[in-house]
Design a protein around this ligand. Structure first.
Ligand SMILES: Nc1ncnc2c1ncn2[C@@H]1O[C@H](COP(=O)(O)OP(=O)(O)OP(=O)(O)O)[C@@H](O)[C@H]1O
Ligand SMILES: [Mg+2]
Length: 874
């Protein structure tokens, strides 16, 4: 990740103009308190002389203070929130209304007027990056003394408290923090000890359920008491074992950080008192994404009246002393229920909705003016979010004017989409209206970035991926390419050694070293040393056997290659024969699922490259020459150093989740297709759909001036093109806001389906003509098509929705169309719930068609009606 950019603007301009994020809720907790790289403590914009750290608020004499300056550039409500003192305060408001700015200003104001010392301030943000930014902004306002404030994420804050107080809880202060991969591995071990069937109880799902329990602050004993099903009982048992093993290892997982801090404060009144005495001001950003544990933690830290009672256990032992001697800290939380996108981590919008119930004396301030976006962008965002049920309507407005229309683009495929985005960015930069650093590309799932990376690299576009690794730098991609290189060129020692024991096959470092020594001494290539393994001394019999196995596998693969196997097919057999795919498939580490997706992408890449090569002038013979040519091309693309680090900054790419809280002048939202966004999982689940819709709201509202929305008619997975219909969210955006620069070719559903298209159905007509006919945004062949098919024709029925957004299916179908799926034995399918499977029998036609499908990984064979189930043919 790039270091934070230096503050670009001076005082009062832009409190929170983050141009990047650390990409995660969890970030790196232990590092969060280090000052940002560009922290110099003496910012030129510093207007107020620092006072000595540690001096109390009362002793602090404000000098040369200009309170008006601290309140400058705030509207009345914002000002009220900044100046408010005393009772708990909730600021609720839509995106871009200055909630984060209010927090930053409030801190500066409190310090400026002597309402608090820096040490009395605890501000909680959602990412470490946001924390660094906030600290930096406050420092710009009040100078170096901002340094002793605590500004951090929940997790970083807890790490800090726990390191100080670990002995109370029986941990060493040097406790280890397990990340989610670590904790899943430990869960797997515990589950194995308990003889649990790993297919019925995958570690991933056990870990997720344990995490949910912790987010609800339920300990193993309580979880066991409350377990009302067999599964819940198993989970509670694993939970108990897991907790014991964590403790034995003096380790805490991410959820423990919060839960143990809550326990610490609840069980040790003296500790609670210490922190309550210290933190007189608690400020929380993105409050809508707090879970129950975090909510409780805030409550414990704030303290006050609710703690006026002492708590005694049944045997009369004092559990908690009354701590009413310290008045409650001043609490300010800001948030937006419409931007709650972490329900899958236990986030609960009740915390914001019921704030006034939790804190009866609370005051609420609404902010209504948006300062970030144009009216066009805001109207689109409002239209999308307004379809969510059970939400409080908001009245967000902007003085920014309508600005540019949203640009829509329907690409033929993902490359076309990436090429469009690239060209458009270049055009804007050439025009001089923006710099690369002003642009962000947001996607729903990480794997969507690959097609963009290819085009960006080819076109020399500077870019960075926030919260992820560039595609060709990923381990699994490098491993797979190393196999292919070693096959194309057996003399490639580096590649051979990389794959020798990847995946692990029992060839240790010692054996590898012995091979290397032999090859040097005998002056033979490493590959030959491998072949002569039987003659080499000091290699354990077990290793000799493993190496022979490796040789045999490579010989088989090389025979495939010599027989003219296509690179993509060769890679597929490499992954199969080496056990690489299987290892990832049976793994319960969620990251392995995305590794699998990346390998899937790589197979697609190879197919595409071959197509390009074969369409070119030169003729490559099948087999090794073709493979070598493809690999040569890829190594050019994969050379990350070829990307210039432009002064004008870099285009930022990240997932929608990571984008929360940030803003960019130009935003591209890509892959707006049902099944991709909203995610496949959400199509049949109203709750999940509502969350996806909030994600769309977050995405749209990141944009200040220009917004682009695109989708691709076909998109490839495992090298096979498939089709996704347009995202339903596209339809929610009023047509007059969008300038469709290109629409899809009309689908060919056959005559029976033509009525969906107002009787058109000409292949050259735009699919969505009826919907967008009045936008005037598209030109050419489509112009005659839309007439007479007004938008009103498309109501909300499922059929009309499909009609307005359907596309021709070429191999893969959105599952809504699964009634029309014709499945044959051997077809690979993806089921919403059961995952990947293979058809082992099929019967019947149309709506009555059934298929028996083997969902190998999930351990199930199922007979199902094809129509109406969330099934996709791959
Ligand atoms: N009163 C104001 N005058 C001028 N600009 C403002 C004002 N208030 C906020 N802004 C600017 O508007 C933008 C959005 O503000 P901010 O990021 O604080 O909003 P937010 O409510 O936290 O948004 P989100 O919900 O996305 O987190 C920022 O660029 C900020 O500097
Ligand atoms: Mg914000």
């Amino acid at each position: 990740m790039a270091p934070p950019e230096p503050p670009s603007d001076g005082y009062g301009d832009d409190d929170f103009d983050s141009r990047a994020a650390d990409g995660g809720l969890f970030g790196a907790p232990a590092d969060a308190h280090t000052a940002p790289d560009n922290w110099d403590g003496t910012h030129p914009a510093q207007k107020f002389r620092p006072h000595a750290p540690g001096s109390s608020a009362a002793a602090y004499q404000p000098r040369q203070l200009n309170i008006e300056e601290l309140l400058e550039g705030l509207n009345d409500q914002q000002r009220a929130a900044v100046e408010h003192r005393g009772a708990p305060l909730l600021v609720v408001a839509g995106a871009g209304s200055g909630k984060t700015r209010v927090l930053t200003r409030r801190i500066a104001y409190l310090l400026g007027v002597g309402g608090a010392t820096p040490g009395e301030i605890l501000a909680i943000t959602f990412t470490n990056k946001a924390a660094a930014e906030m600290k930096e902004r406050v420092a710009e306002l009040v100078g170096a003394r901002a340094r002793s404030m605590w500004v951090s994420t929940f997790h970083s804050m807890c790490v800090r408290i726990l390191r100080n107080e670990a002995t109370h809880l029986g941990y060493k202060s040097t406790f280890t923090i397990y990340d989610s991969a670590d904790s899943q591995r430990l869960v797997a071990l515990v589950a194995a000890d308990l003889d649990l069937d790993s297919k019925r109880f995958p570690a991933r799902s056990l870990a997720a359920q344990i995490s949910n329990l912790k987010n609800e602050l339920l300990d193993p004993a309580t979880a066991a008491e409350r377990a009302d099903s067999d599964i819940a009982k198993v989970v509670a048992e694993v939970y108990a074992g897991y907790q014991a093993r964590l403790k034995a290892a003096s380790a805490l997982d991410f959820d423990d950080l919060i839960m143990e801090t809550v326990a610490l404060l609840q069980v040790f009144p003296a500790v609670a008192e210490h922190y309550r005495r210290r933190f007189r001001h608690v400020l929380v950003d993105e409050y809508q994404d707090t879970n129950h544990a975090q909510y409780t933690l805030v409550k414990e830290l704030v303290g006050g009246a609710h703690d006026a009672r002492e708590v005694r256990a049944a045997d009369g032992e004092l559990v908690r002393a009354a701590t009413s001697s310290i008045p409650a800290a001043e609490l300010v939380v800001v948030g937006d229920a419409d931007q709650s996108i972490y329900a899958f981590r236990g986030a609960n919008i009740r915390n914001i909705v019921e704030f006034e119930r939790d804190y009866p004396s609370a005051r609420t301030i609404l902010l209504e003016q948006n300062y970030r976006s144009t009216q066009t962008i805001l109207s689109a965002a409002n239209a999308v979010i307004s379809r969510n049920p059970e939400r409080r309507a908001k009245n967000l407005w902007t003085a920014a004017g309508n600005g540019e229309m949203i640009v829509g683009y329907v690409a033929d495929n993902e490359h076309d989409e990436a090429a469009f985005v690239t060209k458009e960015i270049d055009r804007l930069v050439d025009e001089g209206s923006i710099r690369f650093g002003d642009v962000a590309v947001f996607y729903r799932t990480n794997s969507s970035s690959r097609a963009f990376e290819d085009v960006f690299v080819r076109m020399g576009m500077p870019y960075k991926i926030v919260g992820g690794v560039r595609f060709y730098e990923r381990k699994e991609v490098r491993d797979a390419l190393a196999y292919l290189r070693a096959l194309a060129n057996p003399a490639d020692e580096v590649s051979l050694r990389r794959i020798l024991n990847t995946p692990k096959r029992g060839i240790g470092d010692r054996a590898e070293a012995a091979l290397a020594v032999y090859s040097q001494k005998e002056k033979v290539p490493f590959a030959q040393a491998l072949a002569s393994v039987a003659d080499i001394p000091f290699i354990a019999t077990r290793s000799v056997k493993a190496i022979s196995g490796f040789n045999e596998m490579m010989d088989l693969l090389r025979a495939d290659l010599d027989g003219g196997a296509e690179p993509a097919d060769l890679l597929t057999s490499v992954l199969e024969k080496s056990g690489y795919t299987e290892l990832l498939e049976i793994s319960s580490d969620p990251q392995d699922a995305s590794r699998l997706e990346n390998l899937e992408q790589l197979v697609t890449v190879l197919r595409e490259r071959v197509e390009i090569l074969q369409g070119g002038e030169e003729n490559f013979a099948a087999g090794a020459p073709l493979l070598a040519a493809v690999l040569e091309q890829l190594s050019l693309v994969a050379d990350a150093d070829s990307i210039p680090d432009s002064e004008a900054g870099m285009v930022t790419m990240m997932t929608l989740h990571t984008a929360k809280g940030l803003e960019f002048p130009v935003v591209f939202l890509i892959g707006w297709e049902d099944g991709l966004f909203p995610h496949m999982r959400a199509l049949a689940d109203d709750k999940e759909l509502a969350e996806e819709r909030r994600l769309a709201y977050v995405g749209i509202t990141r944009s200040r001036e220009r917004l682009y929305i695109s989708r691709a008619v076909t998109r490839s997975t495992w090298g096979q093109p498939g089709a996704n219909p347009a995202s339903r969210f596209i339809q929610d955006i009023p047509e007059e806001l969008v300038d469709w620069q290109r629409l899809a070719e009309a689908p060919d559903y056959g005559s029976g389906s033509q009525s969906w298209y107002g009787g058109g159905g000409s292949r050259s007509a735009p699919v969505s003509a009826g919907r967008f006919s009045s936008s005037g945004g598209f030109s050419g062949s489509g112009s005659s098509f839309g007439s007479g098919t007004g938008g009103s024709q498309y109501g909300e029925s499922a059929q009309s929705r499909l009609a307005a957004t359907g596309t021709k299916s070429t191999g893969r179908t959105g599952w809504q169309n699964s009634a029309t799926l014709a499945l044959a034995v051997g077809d690979r399918v993806s089921h919403d719930k059961y995952g990947l499977g293979t058809v082992i029998a099929s019967e019947g036609v149309g709506v009555r068609a059934t298929a028996t499908i083997d969902f190998g990984a999930a351990g199930k064979i199922r007979l199902m009606l094809i129509g109406g189930v969330p099934l996709t043919k791959l």
